[in-house]
Design a protein around this ligand. Structure first.
Ligand code: UDP
Length: 328
């Protein structure tokens, strides 16, 4: 039986494909390559196309014996979701609807879903647990929450079981050096900081230093992308063993401010990395830090690469070896 990975040519998707291949799984990948990179797919069978295209997806399900889907294909930029929400409803919400309908047509009843801490919005308390209130502050988080709700109702109606993994901030690169983060345009903090270290940008803009945090900058929980990938495989195994649906946080449980991340990157790279204070970015909550206790207890997940310095170091190796990403 094969695992279908939608968005498997993207950042987290490609790392998950790598882990699935290492486990000896048969892997089928669907990606429209809007954001993904063909070269990021280290193996398996890649189909280039869109999850919203039913005829294309029917072929994928007909040609392969798929027993579980890991669903990454989505847009995931907070800032863009605030200026172009329709794109998020189309690709994320409508795309997931089409995928679930297609799965149902083909009798596939297991899905692991790429969700986000952005579903919580401004947290009621820290660390965030899965039973906390969900009140997204941006359209991206709202669409991911809608996708989770859709899966809940498909479970009720058709017994389609899901595991939704709410990631905090993914960072780092694969130990092999073959794959890493490459978005165009890049908007994420750590890769942008490292582009400054590489001399590709003059400075890092810090979006707001007037938050109610100790140094005034936003606090996030950074988690290594390969630790995220591991959780997806545990989730597939859990669903294959006949488990009920569930929602799980994936984070290290430790928060770092934007200023602290920049300082650590200075230590890792030996570059000065000039920082310029700027206005807040729309939609950003002040603090997002996970409790992943439920995930550890129920999925048996244990992050292996949890020092932020080593996470930044793994990203730095990737960016140094591929300063222009996959396009080089
Ligand atoms: N950030 C920043 N400058 C940048 C990019 C991001 O100050 O050039 C901040 C952003 O406001 C947030 C944190 O860094 O508080 C992490 O942002 P990122 O986009 O990496 O991830 P997100 O938390 O949005 O998923």
């Amino acid at each position: 039986m094969a695992v279908l990975v939608t968005g498997g040519a993207g950042y987290i998707g490609s790392h998950t494909v790598a882990e699935l291949l290492a486990k000896g799984e048969e892997v089928v990948i669907v990606d429209n390559l809007q954001q993904g990179h063909r070269e990021a797919v280290l193996g398996g069978k890649l189909y280039v196309g869109d999850i919203r295209d039913d005829a294309f997806m029917d072929t994928v399900f007909q040609e392969n014996e798929i027993d579980a889907v890991i669903h990454f294909a989505a847009n995931s930029l907070v800032g863009e979701s605030m200026t172009n929400p329709g794109k998020y409803y189309d690709n994320n919400v409508y795309g997931t609807l089409r995928l679930l309908e297609t799965m149902n047509r083909h009798g596939v009843k297991r899905i692991v879903f790429s969700s986000t801490a952005a579903t919580y919005g401004e947290p009621e308390s820290i660390p965030i647990v899965e039973t906390d209130r969900t009140l997204p502050t941006n359209a991206y988080g709202e669409t991911k929450l809608a996708m989770e709700s859709m899966m809940k109702w498909f479970d009720r109606a058709y017994g389609m079981k899901y595991v939704s993994l709410r990631y905090f901030n993914a960072a780092g690169a694969h130990a092999s050096g073959q794959i890493g983060e490459d978005h165009d345009p890049e908007t994420h903090l750590i890769p942008i900081i490292l582009q400054v270290a590489l001399g590709k940008r003059p400075h890092i803009s810090v979006f707001g230093d007037d938050y109610s945090t100790p140094d005034g900058t936003c606090i996030r929980d950074y988690i290594h992308v390969s630790d995220l990938a591991d959780a997806h495989i545990l989730a597939v195994e859990k669903l294959r063993s006949g488990s009920e649906s569930g929602i799980y946080n994936l984070g290290n449980g430790q928060g770092f401010s934007v200023k602290e991340v920049i300082e650590l990157a200075r230590q890792v790279t030996g570059h000065s990395i000039p920082a310029v204070m700027e206005a807040r970015r729309a939609g950003d909550p002040a603090i997002l830090v996970a409790s992943s206790e439920r995930t550890k207890a129920e999925l048996g997940w244990q992050p292996q690469r949890n020092s932020l310095k080593s996470i930044i170091a793994s990203a730095w190796s990737w960016h140094q070896s591929r300063p222009n990403g996959y396009d080089e």
